[in-house]
Design a protein around this ligand. Structure first.
Ligand code: BGC
Length: 916
């Protein structure tokens, strides 16, 4: 589902859930059709793609009892009900996700149009769904006719004169070819990839709204291509196909300091257009030695350094057939730098997801204007100016301001993060960079002749286009702001891979951060396809031969030994994605890597399953003077990953493995207790994180668990009801507090606005989640600029607790097939509305205090069931839609558990009122 970029945000509010189909009639209707977890994906290579849909109904207790899928090779055939590729016939099952295509073998370029109908609980047949489609990519290596092409001359020239340049930032190359179309075209599909970043144009138009194609992988191993339907852009007669190729992750500056050319020195482009004609013939237009290249207006383009655009050097009509390219040169062909596998990109593309307009414009020093866009995000600035020929306008970016109102850029470290636009001098000029992004809330603009207008600079947020899955609102504006900050920090960091930060010279796929945040991420947007992609970077391309997982994925830039809690991402992330989306194939795909990792941990541990003398561990990163001993983190995470791997083995029917890893878990747990837990339940290190890890991973039991719980709460209390946890402890702190029955303490931490707390940063004006609890304090100002990002999502992991507790939305089966709705009311909140769009449909839990009563409005997706736990001392105190419980349709009282009524519900919407 594409996020249309039409919503101009008010600062401080995450966008609403976009509507999909919402059927409120009788029986069931199927909609929101997806293939391999994407809407209308093009260019798949999976021979048996999986099909998913959502069923909806206006009735309660609706279930799907059967389905039928038709797949046809054309939209017309499908419309006629002629399923020449596959007719599943009636399948008496309630499956709605990951139904495997079992039709005719699929060929390269094949388009598959499909629809589904379903039968409800009473055997009533639905209408057919709206049709959807997917297409296949280039399935055989020999289908690729295109050469890798590049334009090395300007780069080689620049390399020969290094002293002349402060930094090696070569001009961006433009490529073109022309071709004729003499007969009617029925379909045109363009397949494109690059070692670098490519933007494709056809007959004067950009062919898509994607950014940063083909995304970041370990290019020495694999590179992704994307397929685009360009039928509408092909014209009879002369056509021109063009491309712009920038350095990107392949050869631009990446990671720390001044490192570039990590995968190769010379970017390459590969593109191939497949034309199908009405007479049944086909032809390919592919990159080859006849393509021509030149340089143009983009003087520099780099993720970390920014983009420099000289509009005077624009190439007229370069992407149209009317262009005179006689001065262009022939391209370089081939590459010997890398030989990657070519595959279709499994995830969503990066797109513009939102616009931000300046909320204020100041002039801290004469001629230097600072625009506050109201939200810290990642993306670019769109510039609209009227200037003189050669007038140079410079844009710099920052997350925060210095006390004097100038922009604070020290924390960007070696990232120059500067865009330059040189005016052509012909009326109003609009420009937006294509091959860079910055992490920012503030834009500094210099070189204008007048004060900027409100539309001189517009912020364009870029992010992997993962569909929005959440809505959150409650009576405490601070918590609403917190949710907004988490959402935007995720958006800013999910740019093809999950990164640590979007602004400084780092922006790497840190594994520890990803495992800490993946569950919360899945509650904000649908990240299934996004993580499907990154798990390949991490596991297939990133795992070391000995089984260890890296610090960052794609690897290249940092240590290939992630160490405890970072390397464990290789187990925790696939397991989390499986649990949230119920995708067993994905779990099976990563299982061997998970098991290899556990064997690696076992092999390097002592015979007692304790840490070896030497190993690398980042510790409880950025805690508040409460360092947790590394051996605690090592052993706790070893135990946890082992248990998850045992659970994965169980799901996959590998019973022997399950038994083996369960036994190993028991052994590690015993070792943990023996080595680190004292008789009185004190755990070595005695930090909050020590107790959190032991309780979260069930390493202490019985009396020891009670004591650990008590020490945890005591430590929080002794710190004036404050946390002391870093990345690792914070992930589970709140969840553990609820697990031990101290949701009251969790709420206390959540409502805090004194240091250290989430609220503290919000009180300092945060619009995103900070890397450190003390990123800025009134006493000390900014923390060490060597490491002080204002957009790191790790502490945003608290969003899971917010959904689990404020909304009380809990999954009781993989993929939300069954739910528990158990809102935990809190005295400081008068209402909360929490929604989550699971891959089976919308789940909503709204509650509101109303005089002496509380109202609960609960939505359960069709074809799922839920238990609902309402706070009531007697069932007689509860009504549903004005009726006594016993008379409420589709509601069954299971039992009273103390002051909680446990109700069983089928799907539908319910309005409960509890008198208390
Ligand atoms: C990154 C982190 C990462 C850490 C490892 C930092 O530079 O920004 O988010 O997890 O290093 O300790």
């Amino acid at each position: 589902m594409a996020c249309a970029c039409t919503w101009i945000a008010a600062a401080g509010s995450a966008p609403p859930l976009p509507p999909i189909n919402s059927y409120q009639g009788k029986g069931l209707r199927a909609g929101y059709l997806r293939c391999e977890h994407l809407v209308q994906p093009l260019g798949l290579e999976e021979p048996a793609p999986r099909l998913s849909w959502i069923v909806e109904s206006g009735e309660r207790g609706q279930r799907q009892t059967a389905y039928r899928i038709l797949v046809a090779s054309s939209a017309d055939l499908l419309d006629l009900g002629f399923a020449d590729l596959w007719d599943s016939t009636l399948v008496p099952k309630d499956d709605t996700i990951d139904v495997v295509y079992q039709g005719k073998p699929l060929k390269s370029h094949q388009r598959c149009y499909w629809k589904v109908k379903v039968w409800d609980k009473d055997g009533r047949e639905s209408q057919w769904s709206e049709p959807a489609m997917w297409s296949m990519g280039l399935l055989k290596a020999e289908d690729w006719k295109a050469d890798w092409i590049g334009y090395d001359k300007p780069r080689e020239k620049m390399r020969k004169e290094p002293a002349a340049h402060a930094m090696f930032l070569p001009p961006t190359a433009y490529f073109r070819t022309q071709f004729r179309v003499e007969k009617p075209v029925t379909h045109a599909t363009l397949y494109a990839t690059a070692l670098g970043l490519a933007e494709l144009h056809l007959n004067g138009k950009r062919i898509c709204d994607d950014f940063f194609t083909p995304g970041w992988t370990d290019y020495s191993k694999r590179v992704y291509y994307r397929a685009y339907d360009v039928t509408g852009l092909v014209q009879h007669g002369d056509n021109a196909l063009g491309a712009i190729l920038a350095d990107g992750w392949f050869s631009g500056y990446v990671g720390y300091g001044h490192r570039r050319d990590l995968y190769g020195k010379n970017p390459r482009l590969k593109a191939q257009m497949h034309l199908e004609f009405a007479d049944g013939s086909t032809t390919e237009i592919a990159t080859d030695p006849n393509w021509k290249a030149t340089t143009g207006p983009i003087q520099e383009a780099d993720f970390l350094q920014g983009e420099n655009y000289d509009a005077r050097q624009e190439l007229d009509n370069w992407d149209q057939p009317t262009c005179d390219d006689s001065a262009w040169e022939f391209v370089n062909v081939g590459t010997d730098e890398v030989h990657p596998l070519l595959q279709p990109h499994p995830g969503p593309p990066v797109r513009e997801i939102q616009e931000f307009r300046p909320q204020s414009i100041t002039e801290p020093t004469p001629g230097v204007y600072v625009l506050n866009l109201g939200q810290n995000f990642a993306g670019v600035a769109r510039l609209k100016v009227r200037g003189d020929t050669g007038q140079k306008i410079t844009l710099r970016f920052a997350e925060r301001l210095n006390p004097d109102g100038t922009i604070y850029t020290k924390n960007l470290r070696a990232a120059r993060a500067t865009d330059v636009y040189i005016c052509k001098g012909s009326g109003v000029e609009t420009w937006e960079p294509r091959f860079t992004f910055h992490g920012f809330q503030y834009v500094e603009i210099t070189g204008l002749r007048h004060k900027p207008a409100r539309d001189t600079v517009i912020g364009i947020a870029l992010s992997s286009d993962t569909p929005i899955a959440a809505e959150f609102a409650c009576s405490d504006p601070m918590l609403n702001q917190l949710r907004n900050n988490i959402y935007w920090t995720q958006r800013a960091n999910f740019i093809d891979i999950p990164t640590d930060c979007p602004q400084r010279d780092e922006r790497l796929g840190w594994t520890g951060d990803a495992q800490v945040y993946v569950r919360a991420a899945s509650l904000q947007t649908d990240v299934q396809a996004f993580f499907t992609k990154w798990l390949v970077d991490l596991d297939e391309d990133g795992q070391r031969a000995d089984g260890q997982f890296p610090c960052v994925a794609p690897v290249k830039v940092a240590n290939d030994d992630g160490g405890p809690a970072w390397a464990d991402a290789g187990v925790i992330c696939p397991w989390t994605i499986y649990s949230v989306y119920g995708d067993e194939r994905e779990l099976a795909k990563h299982y061997d890597a998970m098991a290899r990792f556990i064997e690696f941990c076992r092999n390097r541990s002592t015979p007692a399953m304790l840490p070896p003398a030497k190993y690398h561990c980042f510790g409880d990163w950025l805690n508040i003077q409460a360092d947790t001993p590394k051996d605690i983190i090592y052993t706790a995470y070893f135990a946890y990953s082992t248990r998850l791997t045992a659970q994965a083995a169980e799901v996959l029917g590998k019973t022997q493995d399950a038994a083996k890893y369960n036994a190993l878990f028991d052994k590690i747990r015993a070792a943990f207790n023996h080595a680190y837990v004292a008789e009185d339940g004190r755990i070595k290190g005695n930090t909050q994180t020590c107790y959190v890890l032991a309780l979260a991973f069930d390493l202490v039991e019985g009396e020891k668990a009670k004591q650990a719980a008590q020490y945890l709460v005591e430590d929080i209390k002794n710190r004036g009801w404050h946390l002391s946890t870093g990345f690792i402890g914070t992930k589970d702190l709140m969840l553990v507090l609820s697990k031990i029955g101290r949701t009251d303490v969790a709420y206390r931490l959540l409502h805090n606005d004194t240091f250290p707390s989430w609220g503290f940063s919000i009180r300092q004006g945060a619009t995103s989640i900070w890397e450190r609890w003390d990123g800025w304090t009134p006493e000390k100002g900014f923390q060490d600029p060597g490491m002080n990002s204002f957009a790191h999502y790790s502490f945003g992991a608290v969003y899971q607790w917010m959904v689990d507790n404020i909304g009380g939305i809990l999954r009781t089966a993989p993929g939300y097939k069954s739910l528990l709705i158990a809102p935990q009311l809190d005295d400081k909140l008068t209402f909360a509305n929490v929604s989550y769009r699971s891959n089976r449909g919308l789940i909503a839990s709204d509650w509101k205090r109303d005089g002496g009563k509380t109202r609960f409005h609960i939505t359960i997706p069709a074809n799922t069931t839920a238990l609902v736990a309402l706070p009531a001392t007697s069932a007689a105190d509860i009504t549903e839609s004005g009726r006594a419980l016993a008379k409420a349709e589709g509601v069954k009282l299971v039992r009273m558990e103390g002051a909680t009524a446990l109700l069983a519900l089928g799907s539908g919407e319910y309005s409960f009122k509890v008198a208390r």
